[in-house]
Design a protein around this ligand. Structure first.
Ligand code: CA
Ligand code: CA
Length: 246
């Protein structure tokens, strides 16, 4: 069914594929999240990667005013009402709207809610190179809902081919682990302990640093104020001796 909502994701897809998409941290992070947190297979994840590349080149800060006059924003170039919903979700859940994790968590809520139909179109593709092709095409058609043809190019097929010929060979053998670390377990050893608290304290005084997009940062910022500080260290220390539940 064609609806107003279907008008509102990515209206124009004009970003060319880069000459060589680097295996950046963002690509790995997104791929790992898709598999471990969304539960899709490798082929589906490759199809989504090809689309995210075309939409934003994996830049969560990517934003511009689209042809309908509204901003398209983030890795999936959410437009209009979906852009507003993304920002509201991040604000209500303690995420920076420009963060990869916030956008991926929002994506998860879309795929289990309003975008369930689109999710169904990629979730069960065969876990093969051809499955990656199908997922790339289907994500473009059912999730991004970009123009089928742009400047004479079949965008569905182009993204499918990119998924099959680039992402599948490069990523299908990648070992993944969830980028979403448990709160407080900064060193990801399975425990919230004094080591974690000490490390976070060192971060709070600038003796250590964490990349804001990293799983460790997310684990360290236990009070979710988008800052790793002494308050986090204190909470983690209290949790390590069972005085606090994170
Ligand atoms: Ca730990
Ligand atoms: Ca904090």
């Amino acid at each position: 069914m064609i609806s107003i909502v279907m008008f509102c994701v990515m209206l124009v897809s004009a970003l060319p594929f880069p000459a060589a998409a680097a295996e950046t941290d963002n690509v790995r992070y997104i791929y790992s999240f898709l598999i471990t947190e969304l539960g899709v297979n490798r082929a589906a994840a490759c199809g989504i990667l090809a689309n995210i590349e075309a939409e934003s080149n994996f830049d969560p800060t990517s934003g511009w005013i689209d042809i309908n006059g509204y901003e398209s924003f983030g890795i999936c170039q959410w437009n209009g009402s979906r852009n507003r919903a993304l920002r509201q979700y991040c604000s209500e859940n303690g995420y920076d709207a420009e963060s990869l994790l916030g956008q991926l968590e929002y994506l998860k809520t879309e795929l289990t809610g309003a975008e369930k139909y689109a999710f169904g179109k990629i979730r069960d593709v065969p876990d093969t190179a051809y499955g990656a092709y199908l997922a790339g095409c289907n994500w473009a058609q059912y999730f991004e809902r970009c123009a089928h043809y742009f400047r004479g190019v079949d965008q569905y097929a182009e993204r499918g081919v990119r998924a099959q010929n680039f992402y599948w060979p490069h990523y299908s053998d990648l070992t993944v682990s969830s980028p979403v670390a448990a709160a407080g377990d900064v060193n990801r050893d399975g425990y919230v302990g004094a080591d974690d608290a000490r490390f976070v304290l060192r971060c709070s005084v600038g003796a250590e640093s964490l990349k804001k997009e990293s799983a460790a940062y997310r684990a360290a910022d236990v009070n979710r104020d988008s800052f790793v500080g002494a308050d986090d260290a204190r909470l983690i220390l209290r949790a390590s001796i069972s005085l606090e539940t994170l």
